[in-house]
Write a protein that binds this ligand. Structure first.
Ligand code: FPP
Length: 280
């Protein structure tokens, strides 16, 4: 948080937003569905890939601001398992962009203590992308700052299936298959990145009200923030606005607000006449 405040000059419009944040109540983990690159390009009569290129700028800014704020983890939906349905030229260009980003950003990521990890079925990616990812993951593996997760060839359902199969494989190896029981802990412990806290805040750009198979298990209690802004236009102001909005939420996790008084007494009876059943 201090790093962000120090980077803002007096009069900077983001200074007020940053100052209104409570540093003790920042989300530990922010996840983002980066959507709207195609529409951004279309509005400018540009090819879709121009939108993806512009989107890389928003990735940079978001990573930088999250690191400056001291947020623990940022997970970006870079390529879904369903994105293979796009034209081959677009998919190839996305791989080229990702490799370009990894190569260009490695020194900055490393200098800022950021640790990069890819989440998804990485084995299915082109070899050169896998190699580049492996290199950056290895080079940043000792860093203790922001955990930057790139969800690539990612599907939330596939992640749960993979977690269950990983649990089965483990007990089979141990020869205990007969005693296997799957519970929530088993699944959490076998996700692609089990050590991460669940996302507290899920941001989606470009206004669509969908989860799109993203982190289905992990977002059980995430706060959702949907902005109409297209991903290439998502900037520091937008991110700080989402964080301010998040801090206004009353997170109850299925319980009551902290300090809300008990209004039932143990003797309260259910009176059938009090319950009005509408027939319409
Ligand atoms: C969704 O926009 C965006 C994607 C499928 C790709 C996201 C990729 C980047 C931001 C660039 C590369 C990523 C990294 C991490 C360097 P869309 O094409 O679905 O937009 P539309 O809904 O307007 O068509």
């Amino acid at each position: 948080m201090k790093a962000l405040l120090e980077s803002l000059k007096p009069g900077d419009t983001d200074l007020e937003l940053a100052q209104s944040l409570d540093p003790d109540r920042l989300p530990r983990h922010v996840a983002i569905i980066m959507d709207g690159n195609g529409r951004w390009a279309k509005k400018r009569n540009l090819p879709r890939i121009a939108g993806h290129k512009a989107g890389v700028g928003s990735v940079r800014t978001t990573v930088e601001v999250c690191a400056q704020l001291g947020i623990e983890a940022l997970t970006l939906y870079a390529f879904s398992a369903e994105n293979w349905k796009r034209p081959r030229t677009e998919v190839d260009m996305l791989w080229r962009l990702l490799r370009f980003y990894l190569r260009k950003e490695l020194s900055d990521l490393d200098r800022n203590g950021i640790r990069l990890q890819a989440l998804g079925r990485i084995d299915a990616l082109p070899e050169r992308v896998r190699d580049e990812l492996a290199y950056v993951q290895e080079a940043t593996s000792g860093n203790g700052g922001l955990r930057l997760n790139l969800a690539i060839n990612y599907s939330g359902r596939a992640e749960i299936v993979d977690a269950v199969n990983a649990a089965i494989d483990r007990v089979r190896l141990e020869g205990n298959l007969g005693s296997l029981r799957i519970d929530e802990e088993t699944i959490s412990a076998n996700l692609y990145s089990p050590a991460l806290p669940d996302p507290d805040l899920l941001i989606r750009t470009s206004g669509e009200m969908r989860i799109s198979n993203f982190l289905l298990w992990e977002i059980a209690y995430a706060e959702l923030f949907v902005t109409e802004t297209l991903w290439p236009d998502f900037n520091r102001t937008e991110l700080l606005t989402a964080l301010v909005d998040y801090q206004r939420r009353d997170r109850r996790f299925g319980g009551l607000s902290a300090g809300e008084p008990e209004t039932f007494t143990p003797d309260d009876e259910i009176d059938a006449e009090e319950i009005v059943v509408s027939s319409q």
